[in-house]
Design a binder for this molecule. Structure first.
Ligand code: SF4
Ligand code: SF4
Length: 333
């Protein structure tokens, strides 16, 4: 199976329950950013995500309240670098006690000192390692030599300790798809449990010509679509076809909600137009119709999985053929 059975059944049950209540929009994933401090300063990362102080982190109780308030069945703990969050073991315990699934999104540099031995492998926990290419590329993107080698070593160590491990790769303008294929081959050999590949988003705070236009995304993702037939990619076939320009979707920014040290970030993981302390206010006041339409200039080159994977799922009800393909993809390896 593409994902462990309990993850798939929990996600499907959750969607059925929310649909039965007549809800059209509901969150699938909470991007929980407990801190804006990081031990790296990657060139494609929004400045706010790595220039904060540890002292300004979210209290544990605020993180768990966000999990309760939004109700999303999956929680991606990111940041910043979440392994720096001192309360990480209690946060993982609290989220798992609420029967949610955790993706711990990390650069992996501190897994041995901050995670192994403090946060044991759990059925509901996946370590998701950021890896943007092979050695030279990844070290350049992370602006530090040696990051790739350490990340690979940590992936091997995490697998050996019994953790469920995935990787997360961002494609930039000068990313070579041949290199992404090399990376897929390397990670498959290490038996990672899934690989997510997505196009970079041009944050306003990043002054660099490394991001892709929509046409460039489509060209690169036509090749990624081919790779998906050979490697265990975690993106759905419909999303990859969307990124490759073979189909079109409205955005679903409400599917991935983001809680940060500044509050609920709206409208989406990428655009911080507003920050709201209260969940209900955030959910009710955000103009979802506007952001779904992608008419904003900042949406023009966006094909992020956080906005469009849920759109692909939502459209399944209109196409029995796509529904059958999705079922086959979920059951496949
Ligand atoms: S490791 Fe993650 S949070 Fe830290 S700078 Fe890099 S992309 Fe940003
Ligand atoms: S298209 Fe992208 S930037 Fe625009 S709302 Fe959706 S996820 Fe956000």
């Amino acid at each position: 199976m593409r994902f462990p059975l309990h993850v798939t059944t929990d996600m499907v049950t959750y969607q059925i329950r929310r649909s039965w209540r007549g809800e059209q929009r509901y969150p699938f994933v909470l991007m929980l950013e407990p801190l804006y401090a990081c031990n790296l300063a990657c060139i494609g990362c929004s400045t706010e995500r790595h220039t904060g102080k540890l002292a300004d982190r979210l209290p544990l109780e605020a993180c768990l309240k966000a999990v309760d308030d939004c109700g999303a069945p999956s929680v991606s703990i990111c940041g910043g670098e979440p392994t720096l969050y001192p309360e990480l073991p209690a946060l993982v315990d609290g989220i798992i006690a609420r029967k949610r699934h955790i993706y711990l999104c990390t650069n992996a540099l501190l897994l041995d000192s901050k995670v192994f031995g403090r946060v044991p492998p759990r059925k509901r926990l996946t370590i998701n390692v950021h890896l943007d290419g092979m050695r030279e590329t990844h070290d350049r993107v992370c602006a530090r030599a040696g990051v790739f080698d350490t990340a690979i070593e940590m992936i091997g160590a995490a697998k050996a300790r019994g953790y469920h491990v995935m990787t997360n790769t961002t494609v930039f303008k000068d990313t070579s798809i041949e290199e992404i294929e090399q990376l897929c081959a390397l990670l498959s050999g290490m038996r990672v449990d899934g690989m997510l590949i997505s196009p970079g988003y041009h944050y306003e705070s990043v002054e660099s010509d490394i991001f892709l236009t929509r046409q460039e995304i489509q060209k690169k993702f036509r090749r990624v679509l081919e790779l998906s037939k050979e490697y265990r990619l975690s993106s759905t076939p419909m999303y990859l076809e969307f990124a490759a320009g073979e189909r079109d979707y409205a955005c679903s920014p409400w599917s991935t909600v983001t809680f940060t040290p500044r509050g609920w970030k709206g409208p989406c993981y990428l655009i911080g137009e507003s920050y709201t302390a209260d969940w209900s206010q955030f959910w009710e006041k955000t103009n979802w119709d506007y952001w779904e339409s992608r008419q904003d200039a900042r949406c023009q080159n966006c094909a992020m999985h956080s906005g469009f994977e849920a759109s692909a799922v939502r459209e399944l009800r209109r196409s029995p053929r796509d529904l059958a393909r999705m079922a086959a993809w979920s059951l496949g390896g």
